[in-house]
Design a protein around this ligand. Structure first.
Ligand SMILES: *Cc1c(COP(=O)(O)O)cnc(C)c1O
Length: 446
Protein backbone atom coordinates (compact mmCIF):
# COMPACT_ATOMS: atom_id res chain seq x y z
CA UNK A 1 0.00 0.00 0.00
CA UNK A 2 1.28 3.45 -0.81
CA UNK A 3 0.12 6.71 0.66
CA UNK A 4 -1.76 8.20 -2.23
CA UNK A 5 -3.16 11.61 -1.56
CA UNK A 6 -6.69 11.61 -2.92
CA UNK A 7 -6.66 15.18 -4.12
CA UNK A 8 -4.70 16.66 -7.03
CA UNK A 9 -1.14 17.56 -6.04
CA UNK A 10 -1.06 21.04 -7.48
CA UNK A 11 -0.87 24.68 -6.50
CA UNK A 12 -3.99 26.30 -7.87
CA UNK A 13 -5.47 29.69 -7.09
CA UNK A 14 -9.03 30.40 -8.20
CA UNK A 15 -9.56 33.48 -6.00
CA UNK A 16 -7.41 35.92 -4.08
CA UNK A 17 -6.27 34.64 -0.66
CA UNK A 18 -8.51 34.75 1.31
CA UNK A 19 -11.38 34.13 -1.13
CA UNK A 20 -14.96 35.31 -0.53
CA UNK A 21 -16.14 32.13 1.20
CA UNK A 22 -13.16 32.08 3.55
CA UNK A 23 -13.71 35.76 4.35
CA UNK A 24 -17.33 35.06 5.22
CA UNK A 25 -16.46 32.10 7.46
CA UNK A 26 -13.57 33.94 9.13
CA UNK A 27 -16.18 36.48 10.26
CA UNK A 28 -18.06 33.65 11.95
CA UNK A 29 -14.77 32.53 13.48
CA UNK A 30 -14.24 35.99 14.95
CA UNK A 31 -17.74 36.00 16.34
CA UNK A 32 -17.58 32.54 17.95
CA UNK A 33 -13.94 31.83 18.80
CA UNK A 34 -11.86 33.50 21.48
CA UNK A 35 -9.78 36.31 20.06
CA UNK A 36 -6.76 34.82 21.84
CA UNK A 37 -6.24 32.18 19.17
CA UNK A 38 -3.89 33.04 16.34
CA UNK A 39 -4.19 32.16 12.66
CA UNK A 40 -1.23 31.77 10.30
CA UNK A 41 -3.30 31.91 7.07
CA UNK A 42 -6.81 33.38 6.82
CA UNK A 43 -8.46 30.56 4.85
CA UNK A 44 -10.90 27.89 6.00
CA UNK A 45 -9.86 24.34 5.13
CA UNK A 46 -12.07 21.93 3.22
CA UNK A 47 -9.64 19.06 2.69
CA UNK A 48 -5.93 18.31 2.71
CA UNK A 49 -3.59 15.55 1.62
CA UNK A 50 -0.06 14.93 0.37
CA UNK A 51 1.51 18.36 0.02
CA UNK A 52 -1.59 20.55 -0.28
CA UNK A 53 -4.41 22.15 1.67
CA UNK A 54 -7.60 22.96 -0.26
CA UNK A 55 -9.75 25.81 1.05
CA UNK A 56 -13.51 26.42 0.83
CA UNK A 57 -13.04 28.63 -2.23
CA UNK A 58 -11.26 25.82 -4.09
CA UNK A 59 -7.72 27.21 -3.75
CA UNK A 60 -5.06 24.50 -3.49
CA UNK A 61 -2.23 25.74 -1.29
CA UNK A 62 1.20 24.13 -0.88
CA UNK A 63 1.61 23.16 2.77
CA UNK A 64 5.13 23.86 4.02
CA UNK A 65 4.17 23.52 7.70
CA UNK A 66 2.50 20.09 8.07
CA UNK A 67 0.34 21.51 10.88
CA UNK A 68 3.59 22.25 12.80
CA UNK A 69 5.42 18.99 12.02
CA UNK A 70 2.36 16.87 12.81
CA UNK A 71 1.25 15.36 9.52
CA UNK A 72 4.69 14.03 8.58
CA UNK A 73 2.85 11.18 6.80
CA UNK A 74 0.48 13.65 5.12
CA UNK A 75 -3.13 14.46 5.91
CA UNK A 76 -5.55 11.54 5.95
CA UNK A 77 -2.79 9.05 5.12
CA UNK A 78 -4.29 5.73 3.94
CA UNK A 79 -3.10 3.58 6.84
CA UNK A 80 -4.15 6.20 9.39
CA UNK A 81 -7.64 6.52 7.89
CA UNK A 82 -8.13 2.74 7.66
CA UNK A 83 -6.95 2.07 11.23
CA UNK A 84 -9.05 4.89 12.67
CA UNK A 85 -12.18 3.81 10.80
CA UNK A 86 -11.81 0.23 12.03
CA UNK A 87 -11.15 1.38 15.59
CA UNK A 88 -14.06 3.83 15.69
CA UNK A 89 -16.47 1.09 14.75
CA UNK A 90 -14.95 -1.43 17.21
CA UNK A 91 -14.97 0.84 20.30
CA UNK A 92 -14.12 4.47 21.00
CA UNK A 93 -13.10 4.54 24.67
CA UNK A 94 -12.76 2.38 27.73
CA UNK A 95 -10.01 4.36 29.49
CA UNK A 96 -6.73 2.42 29.46
CA UNK A 97 -6.57 2.55 33.27
CA UNK A 98 -10.02 0.92 33.50
CA UNK A 99 -9.84 -1.76 30.81
CA UNK A 100 -6.74 -1.99 28.62
CA UNK A 101 -6.63 -2.59 24.87
CA UNK A 102 -3.98 -3.69 22.40
CA UNK A 103 -3.48 -0.43 20.47
CA UNK A 104 -1.96 1.27 23.51
CA UNK A 105 0.34 -1.66 24.18
CA UNK A 106 1.44 -1.83 20.54
CA UNK A 107 2.22 1.89 20.39
CA UNK A 108 4.37 1.51 23.53
CA UNK A 109 6.14 -1.48 21.96
CA UNK A 110 6.81 0.54 18.80
CA UNK A 111 8.16 3.50 20.77
CA UNK A 112 10.39 1.28 22.89
CA UNK A 113 11.76 -0.26 19.70
CA UNK A 114 12.20 2.96 17.68
CA UNK A 115 13.65 5.39 20.25
CA UNK A 116 17.45 5.57 20.68
CA UNK A 117 19.22 2.95 22.80
CA UNK A 118 19.05 -0.85 23.01
CA UNK A 119 18.42 -0.92 26.79
CA UNK A 120 15.09 -2.08 28.23
CA UNK A 121 12.54 0.72 27.76
CA UNK A 122 8.92 1.35 28.70
CA UNK A 123 6.39 4.02 27.71
CA UNK A 124 3.28 5.83 28.94
CA UNK A 125 0.82 7.69 26.68
CA UNK A 126 -0.81 11.09 27.02
CA UNK A 127 -2.75 13.63 24.90
CA UNK A 128 -0.41 16.49 24.09
CA UNK A 129 3.24 17.43 23.98
CA UNK A 130 2.90 19.63 27.05
CA UNK A 131 1.32 16.77 28.97
CA UNK A 132 4.17 14.46 27.97
CA UNK A 133 6.76 16.99 29.16
CA UNK A 134 4.87 17.46 32.46
CA UNK A 135 4.86 13.72 32.98
CA UNK A 136 8.54 13.36 32.13
CA UNK A 137 9.28 15.89 34.88
CA UNK A 138 6.96 14.09 37.32
CA UNK A 139 8.72 10.80 36.59
CA UNK A 140 12.20 12.35 36.86
CA UNK A 141 11.39 14.02 40.20
CA UNK A 142 9.84 10.87 41.60
CA UNK A 143 12.75 8.67 40.47
CA UNK A 144 15.59 10.98 41.58
CA UNK A 145 13.86 12.39 44.69
CA UNK A 146 15.17 15.78 43.50
CA UNK A 147 13.22 18.86 42.42
CA UNK A 148 15.25 21.13 40.14
CA UNK A 149 14.54 21.12 36.40
CA UNK A 150 17.11 22.61 34.02
CA UNK A 151 15.94 24.10 30.70
CA UNK A 152 17.44 26.42 28.09
CA UNK A 153 17.13 29.80 26.45
CA UNK A 154 14.99 29.65 23.28
CA UNK A 155 13.37 26.42 24.50
CA UNK A 156 9.68 25.66 24.02
CA UNK A 157 7.88 22.96 25.99
CA UNK A 158 4.18 23.89 25.99
CA UNK A 159 1.46 26.06 27.46
CA UNK A 160 0.45 24.40 30.75
CA UNK A 161 1.70 25.99 33.97
CA UNK A 162 4.81 23.85 34.39
CA UNK A 163 5.65 23.89 30.68
CA UNK A 164 5.12 27.67 30.49
CA UNK A 165 7.71 27.96 33.24
CA UNK A 166 10.01 25.76 31.15
CA UNK A 167 9.38 27.72 27.94
CA UNK A 168 11.77 30.61 27.36
CA UNK A 169 9.80 33.18 25.37
CA UNK A 170 7.45 35.54 27.19
CA UNK A 171 5.33 36.89 24.31
CA UNK A 172 2.94 35.33 23.49
CA UNK A 173 3.28 32.19 25.62
CA UNK A 174 3.66 33.53 29.17
CA UNK A 175 2.60 37.17 29.25
CA UNK A 176 0.14 37.71 32.10
CA UNK A 177 -0.19 34.00 32.90
CA UNK A 178 2.04 33.81 35.98
CA UNK A 179 2.89 32.93 38.67
CA UNK A 180 4.91 30.06 37.28
CA UNK A 181 5.98 26.92 39.06
CA UNK A 182 9.28 27.14 40.99
CA UNK A 183 12.44 25.01 40.65
CA UNK A 184 12.83 25.61 36.92
CA UNK A 185 16.27 26.99 35.99
CA UNK A 186 17.09 28.38 32.54
CA UNK A 187 20.59 28.06 31.13
CA UNK A 188 22.35 29.71 28.18
CA UNK A 189 21.91 27.87 24.90
CA UNK A 190 24.55 27.05 22.31
CA UNK A 191 23.24 29.10 19.37
CA UNK A 192 26.01 28.98 16.76
CA UNK A 193 24.80 31.94 14.67
CA UNK A 194 24.51 34.25 17.68
CA UNK A 195 27.27 32.87 19.87
CA UNK A 196 30.57 34.77 19.73
CA UNK A 197 32.49 32.51 22.06
CA UNK A 198 32.12 29.07 20.57
CA UNK A 199 32.08 29.45 16.77
CA UNK A 200 30.79 25.99 15.98
CA UNK A 201 32.38 23.77 18.62
CA UNK A 202 31.07 23.66 22.12
CA UNK A 203 33.68 21.59 23.90
CA UNK A 204 34.48 24.84 25.74
CA UNK A 205 32.57 28.01 26.43
CA UNK A 206 28.77 27.64 26.49
CA UNK A 207 28.82 24.07 27.73
CA UNK A 208 31.33 24.99 30.44
CA UNK A 209 29.24 27.99 31.45
CA UNK A 210 26.12 25.83 31.73
CA UNK A 211 27.82 23.16 33.82
CA UNK A 212 29.41 25.81 36.04
CA UNK A 213 26.06 27.51 36.60
CA UNK A 214 24.38 24.19 37.42
CA UNK A 215 27.10 23.37 39.97
CA UNK A 216 27.24 26.82 41.57
CA UNK A 217 23.68 28.11 41.28
CA UNK A 218 21.60 24.95 41.76
CA UNK A 219 23.92 22.17 42.93
CA UNK A 220 24.09 19.19 40.56
CA UNK A 221 22.83 16.91 43.34
CA UNK A 222 19.56 18.88 43.42
CA UNK A 223 18.82 18.48 39.72
CA UNK A 224 16.20 15.89 38.73
CA UNK A 225 16.48 16.38 34.98
CA UNK A 226 17.84 18.45 32.14
CA UNK A 227 15.15 18.92 29.48
CA UNK A 228 16.22 20.05 26.03
CA UNK A 229 15.01 19.92 22.43
CA UNK A 230 17.81 18.40 20.31
CA UNK A 231 16.90 21.13 17.80
CA UNK A 232 14.99 24.10 19.21
CA UNK A 233 11.66 24.18 17.35
CA UNK A 234 9.65 27.30 18.20
CA UNK A 235 12.93 28.94 19.18
CA UNK A 236 13.94 29.03 15.51
CA UNK A 237 15.37 25.63 14.52
CA UNK A 238 18.56 26.19 16.48
CA UNK A 239 20.92 23.25 16.01
CA UNK A 240 23.33 23.39 18.96
CA UNK A 241 27.07 23.29 18.30
CA UNK A 242 28.56 19.85 17.98
CA UNK A 243 29.42 18.46 21.40
CA UNK A 244 26.89 20.50 23.37
CA UNK A 245 24.24 17.75 23.69
CA UNK A 246 26.76 14.94 24.31
CA UNK A 247 28.45 17.14 26.94
CA UNK A 248 25.15 17.67 28.74
CA UNK A 249 24.31 13.97 28.53
CA UNK A 250 27.68 13.02 29.99
CA UNK A 251 27.29 15.51 32.84
CA UNK A 252 23.85 14.02 33.55
CA UNK A 253 25.09 10.46 33.77
CA UNK A 254 27.99 11.50 36.02
CA UNK A 255 25.65 13.32 38.39
CA UNK A 256 22.57 11.10 38.63
CA UNK A 257 20.56 13.61 36.58
CA UNK A 258 18.09 12.34 33.97
CA UNK A 259 18.65 13.59 30.43
CA UNK A 260 15.24 14.26 28.86
CA UNK A 261 15.11 14.89 25.11
CA UNK A 262 11.97 16.81 24.15
CA UNK A 263 11.48 15.39 20.66
CA UNK A 264 7.89 16.55 20.33
CA UNK A 265 8.76 18.55 17.18
CA UNK A 266 11.91 16.75 16.00
CA UNK A 267 10.60 13.18 16.26
CA UNK A 268 9.24 10.69 13.74
CA UNK A 269 11.57 11.05 10.77
CA UNK A 270 11.37 14.84 10.60
CA UNK A 271 15.11 15.52 10.85
CA UNK A 272 16.32 12.69 8.62
CA UNK A 273 16.60 10.26 11.51
CA UNK A 274 13.72 8.65 13.38
CA UNK A 275 14.71 10.89 16.34
CA UNK A 276 17.04 13.89 16.31
CA UNK A 277 19.02 12.57 19.31
CA UNK A 278 20.51 10.02 16.91
CA UNK A 279 22.50 12.66 14.98
CA UNK A 280 25.01 12.91 17.82
CA UNK A 281 24.54 9.41 19.20
CA UNK A 282 22.64 10.58 22.29
CA UNK A 283 20.69 7.99 24.27
CA UNK A 284 18.28 9.99 26.45
CA UNK A 285 17.06 8.58 29.76
CA UNK A 286 13.58 9.80 28.81
CA UNK A 287 12.21 11.06 25.52
CA UNK A 288 8.98 12.98 24.99
CA UNK A 289 7.09 12.67 21.71
CA UNK A 290 3.82 13.97 20.28
CA UNK A 291 3.29 16.00 17.07
CA UNK A 292 4.40 13.54 14.36
CA UNK A 293 3.29 10.44 16.24
CA UNK A 294 -0.26 9.86 14.99
CA UNK A 295 -0.88 11.59 11.67
CA UNK A 296 -2.85 14.38 13.32
CA UNK A 297 -4.74 12.65 16.12
CA UNK A 298 -3.93 13.86 19.63
CA UNK A 299 -1.38 11.54 21.19
CA UNK A 300 1.85 11.97 23.14
CA UNK A 301 4.27 9.74 24.97
CA UNK A 302 7.08 9.47 27.46
CA UNK A 303 9.49 6.66 26.63
CA UNK A 304 12.59 5.73 28.56
CA UNK A 305 14.63 3.53 30.83
CA UNK A 306 12.41 0.80 32.24
CA UNK A 307 13.84 1.26 35.76
CA UNK A 308 12.90 4.95 35.66
CA UNK A 309 9.45 4.44 34.10
CA UNK A 310 8.66 1.70 36.62
CA UNK A 311 9.80 3.66 39.68
CA UNK A 312 6.57 5.65 39.98
CA UNK A 313 4.00 4.14 42.36
CA UNK A 314 0.95 2.31 41.00
CA UNK A 315 -1.63 4.75 39.51
CA UNK A 316 0.84 7.64 39.81
CA UNK A 317 0.55 8.24 36.08
CA UNK A 318 -2.47 8.29 33.79
CA UNK A 319 -5.38 10.39 32.55
CA UNK A 320 -8.88 9.83 31.19
CA UNK A 321 -8.06 10.10 27.50
CA UNK A 322 -4.30 9.46 27.42
CA UNK A 323 -3.53 6.89 24.73
CA UNK A 324 -7.09 6.89 23.38
CA UNK A 325 -7.76 3.77 21.27
CA UNK A 326 -8.50 5.93 18.22
CA UNK A 327 -5.28 7.95 18.55
CA UNK A 328 -3.32 4.72 19.09
CA UNK A 329 -4.82 3.18 15.96
CA UNK A 330 -3.78 6.31 14.07
CA UNK A 331 -0.27 6.14 15.52
CA UNK A 332 0.17 2.54 14.42
CA UNK A 333 -0.90 3.63 10.92
CA UNK A 334 1.48 6.60 10.96
CA UNK A 335 4.42 4.56 12.25
CA UNK A 336 3.79 1.84 9.64
CA UNK A 337 3.71 4.54 6.97
CA UNK A 338 7.01 6.05 8.15
CA UNK A 339 8.71 2.66 8.13
CA UNK A 340 7.21 1.14 4.99
CA UNK A 341 7.45 4.31 2.88
CA UNK A 342 11.00 4.92 4.20
CA UNK A 343 10.16 8.47 5.24
CA UNK A 344 13.44 8.86 7.13
CA UNK A 345 15.20 8.66 3.76
CA UNK A 346 12.60 10.97 2.22
CA UNK A 347 13.30 13.55 4.93
CA UNK A 348 16.94 13.58 3.85
CA UNK A 349 16.04 13.95 0.16
CA UNK A 350 13.63 16.79 0.99
CA UNK A 351 16.26 18.31 3.27
CA UNK A 352 18.87 18.29 0.51
CA UNK A 353 16.51 19.98 -1.96
CA UNK A 354 15.65 22.63 0.65
CA UNK A 355 19.22 23.33 1.81
CA UNK A 356 20.52 23.57 -1.77
CA UNK A 357 17.82 26.10 -2.62
CA UNK A 358 18.18 28.03 0.66
CA UNK A 359 21.98 28.32 0.37
CA UNK A 360 21.54 29.61 -3.17
CA UNK A 361 19.09 32.22 -1.86
CA UNK A 362 21.55 33.19 0.88
CA UNK A 363 24.13 34.02 -1.83
CA UNK A 364 21.62 36.33 -3.50
CA UNK A 365 19.85 37.99 -0.59
CA UNK A 366 21.83 39.65 2.21
CA UNK A 367 18.72 39.58 4.45
CA UNK A 368 19.38 35.86 4.97
CA UNK A 369 21.80 35.69 7.89
CA UNK A 370 21.75 31.96 8.49
CA UNK A 371 20.51 28.71 6.92
CA UNK A 372 20.20 25.83 9.36
CA UNK A 373 18.41 22.64 10.33
CA UNK A 374 18.55 18.93 9.77
CA UNK A 375 16.62 16.85 7.25
CA UNK A 376 13.16 18.15 6.48
CA UNK A 377 13.39 20.69 9.33
CA UNK A 378 15.12 23.71 7.77
CA UNK A 379 15.03 27.41 8.52
CA UNK A 380 16.44 30.75 7.48
CA UNK A 381 17.06 33.60 9.89
CA UNK A 382 16.34 37.05 8.42
CA UNK A 383 18.48 40.03 9.43
CA UNK A 384 19.15 43.61 8.37
CA UNK A 385 21.79 43.34 5.62
CA UNK A 386 25.33 43.43 6.90
CA UNK A 387 24.26 42.96 10.54
CA UNK A 388 22.71 40.30 12.77
CA UNK A 389 19.83 42.61 13.72
CA UNK A 390 16.57 40.61 13.47
CA UNK A 391 14.50 41.59 10.44
CA UNK A 392 10.92 40.77 11.35
CA UNK A 393 9.55 43.19 8.74
CA UNK A 394 11.14 41.14 5.94
CA UNK A 395 9.72 38.00 7.51
CA UNK A 396 6.18 39.38 7.58
CA UNK A 397 6.45 40.56 4.00
CA UNK A 398 7.89 37.26 2.71
CA UNK A 399 5.25 35.17 4.45
CA UNK A 400 2.47 37.39 3.13
CA UNK A 401 3.85 37.18 -0.40
CA UNK A 402 3.95 33.38 -0.19
CA UNK A 403 0.37 33.22 1.06
CA UNK A 404 -0.87 35.36 -1.78
CA UNK A 405 0.84 32.95 -4.19
CA UNK A 406 -0.67 29.90 -2.50
CA UNK A 407 2.23 28.72 -0.34
CA UNK A 408 1.78 28.31 3.42
CA UNK A 409 5.00 29.02 5.33
CA UNK A 410 5.42 29.26 9.11
CA UNK A 411 7.50 31.62 11.21
CA UNK A 412 9.43 30.94 14.42
CA UNK A 413 12.22 32.30 16.56
CA UNK A 414 12.79 34.23 19.75
CA UNK A 415 13.22 37.38 17.65
CA UNK A 416 10.31 36.58 15.28
CA UNK A 417 12.64 36.56 12.28
CA UNK A 418 12.92 32.89 11.32
CA UNK A 419 11.14 31.22 8.39
CA UNK A 420 10.79 27.53 9.12
CA UNK A 421 10.12 24.88 6.53
CA UNK A 422 8.67 21.55 7.63
CA UNK A 423 6.71 20.07 4.74
CA UNK A 424 4.90 16.75 5.02
CA UNK A 425 7.44 14.02 4.21
CA UNK A 426 5.13 12.81 1.43
CA UNK A 427 5.39 16.19 -0.33
CA UNK A 428 5.80 15.60 -4.10
CA UNK A 429 9.10 17.01 -5.35
CA UNK A 430 7.55 19.25 -8.00
CA UNK A 431 5.46 21.01 -5.35
CA UNK A 432 8.42 21.37 -3.00
CA UNK A 433 10.48 23.00 -5.74
CA UNK A 434 7.59 25.25 -6.71
CA UNK A 435 7.22 26.38 -3.09
CA UNK A 436 10.95 27.14 -2.88
CA UNK A 437 10.79 29.18 -6.11
CA UNK A 438 7.99 31.24 -4.63
CA UNK A 439 9.93 31.69 -1.40
CA UNK A 440 12.85 32.90 -3.54
CA UNK A 441 10.59 35.51 -5.21
CA UNK A 442 9.22 36.47 -1.80
CA UNK A 443 12.71 37.15 -0.48
CA UNK A 444 13.66 39.06 -3.63
CA UNK A 445 10.84 41.53 -3.03
CA UNK A 446 11.33 41.63 0.76
C1 LIG B 1 4.71 21.71 20.31
C2 LIG B 1 5.72 21.38 21.34
C3 LIG B 1 5.36 21.06 22.66
C4 LIG B 1 3.94 21.14 23.13
O1 LIG B 1 3.10 20.23 22.48
P1 LIG B 1 1.51 20.43 22.55
O2 LIG B 1 0.98 19.19 21.89
O3 LIG B 1 1.20 21.68 21.80
O4 LIG B 1 1.14 20.53 23.97
C5 LIG B 1 6.35 20.67 23.54
N1 LIG B 1 7.62 20.60 23.15
C6 LIG B 1 8.03 20.89 21.90
C7 LIG B 1 9.46 20.77 21.53
C8 LIG B 1 7.09 21.30 20.95
O5 LIG B 1 7.47 21.62 19.70
Amino acid sequence: MTTGPHIPQERKLVTAIPGPKSQELIKRRSDAVSAALGMAIPVVVEKAGGGVIVDVDGNSIIDMGAGIAVVNVGNSADRVVKNVQEQVSAFTHTCFMIAPYMGYIEVCEALNRLTPGTHKKKSALFNSGAEAVENAVKIARNFTKRQAVVVFEHGYHGRTNLTMAMTAKNMPYKEGFGPFTPEVYRMPMAYPYRCDSCSGSCKQSVLETVLHKIEKEIGAHNVACIVIEPIMGEGGFIVPCEGFLPGLAKFCSENGILFVADEVQTGFARTGAMFASEHEGIVPDLITTAKGIAGGLPLAAVTGRADVMDAVHLSGLGGTYGGSPIACAAALGAIATIEEEKLVDRANVIGKIMTDALHEMKQKYPIIGDVRGRGAMQAIELVLPGTKEPNSAALASAIKYCQQKGVLILSAGTYGNVIRLLPPLVMPEHLLKEALEILDEALAQA
